[in-house]
Design a protein around this ligand. Structure first.
Ligand SMILES: NC(=O)c1ccc[n+]([C@@H]2O[C@H](COP(=O)([O-])OP(=O)(O)OC[C@H]3O[C@@H](n4cnc5c(N)ncnc54)[C@H](OP(=O)(O)O)[C@@H]3O)[C@@H](O)[C@H]2O)c1
Length: 276
């Protein structure tokens, strides 16, 4: 039985993905920050899919200590890992900081998943053929890689910080794919679609109105992610970007190898990890 770990499964696209993978009868480990909501979701998933193998891992992804503890617990109880879905994400209006003093959007959307993935990398290699899926966004096309403004040091806006973090997701995907070559573990990024979820809760009225009118249901994203996780045709595909079900070219900036390498080094410094 394959084991899949999903971050951000308590809402929106992550929840829809959890349903898809539970229906496929995978062993699921859901990483969530709120145990009550996590347990409620597990009960709902078990009842509606008949899948008994669904477990909870508690961590607030804005805390590196909590990520370390969750990874340790995973390695002790659930290793090896076949599918890692780095899905949790935020779009934060005001520039705020995590307990590790890292700007919150960058901390949750990129740094948390950089750390979690590196801590689970041996488990993923043991679980090969294994897949990592980084949930990015078409917003990455508006992102800039400026090492001096990764945390909004020079300029912060919700849209800018979010787009930059989503570009980091794709740069990370490309660098990790180079490092994972010939290991049997693959990594791809995707835009799950423009979908009506809670991520727009802090955005302006106009965008909220557009979401109500034009966004699709989160299930559309859940199906796209599940397809990347399970479709045998994609077993050896790595370092690619998907818009929903279609493999497309990510932005030119996301292919800059020097930027990807620099982001990796900065991320290592900020997590004090010894990954390579
Ligand atoms: N919706 C779209 O149109 C769209 C488009 C492109 C890309 N995306 C991407 O899709 C992914 C999922 O977003 P969504 O739209 O489904 O949004 P959502 O409904 O707000 O779900 C976000 C998930 O991330 C979790 N999360 C946030 N901060 C966390 C933290 N500090 N620790 C642990 N978990 C945390 C949330 O947990 P709680 O339930 O506890 O808050 C929730 O489960 C994101 O990466 C987003 O960038 C979304």
């Amino acid at each position: 039985m394959k084991t899949a770990l999903i971050t951000g499964a308590t809402s929106g696209i992550g929840k829809a993905t959890a349903f898809e993978l539970a229906r496929a009868q995978l062993h699921l480990v859901l990483l969530a920050r709120d145990s009550d909501r996590g347990n409620q979701l597990i009960q709902e998933l078990k009842e509606k899919t008949g899948n008994p193998k669904i477990e909870l891992l508690i961590a607030d992804l804005s805390s590196q200590n909590q990520i370390q503890a969750a990874a340790k617990e995973f390695l002790q109880n659930h290793s090896p890992l076949n599918i890692l879905i780095n899905n949790a994400g935020v779009a934060i209006k005001q520039r705020t900081f995590s307990v590790d003093s890292i700007e919150m959007t960058f901390a949750v959307n990129h740094i948390a998943h950089f750390l979690l993935t590196n801590l689970l990398l041996d488990a993923l290699k043991d679980g090969a053929p294994s897949r990592i899926i980084n949930v990015s966004s078409e917003a990455h096309r508006n992102g800039q890689f400026d090492p001096d403004n990764l945390q909004g040091e020079k300029q912060y806006s919700q849209f800018r910080a979010y787009s930059n973090s989503k570009l980091c997701n794709v740069l990370f995907t490309h660098e990790l794919a180079r490092k994972l070559k010939d290991t049997g573990a693959t990594v791809n990024a995707l835009h799950p679609g423009f979908l009506n979820t809670a991520i727009f809760r802090d955005t302006g009225g106009l965008l909220k109105a557009i979401v109500r009118l034009a966004a699709k249901k989160p299930e559309v994203g859940g199906r796209a992610i599940a397809r990347l996780a399970l479709d045998p045709v994609l077993e050896n595909v790595s370092g690619k970007y998907f818009n929903g079900l279609r493999m497309v070219n990510s932005s030119e900036k996301s292919h800059d190898e020097a930027d990807a390498k620099q982001l990796w080094e900065i991320s290592e410094r900020l997590t004090q990890s010894e990954s390579n």
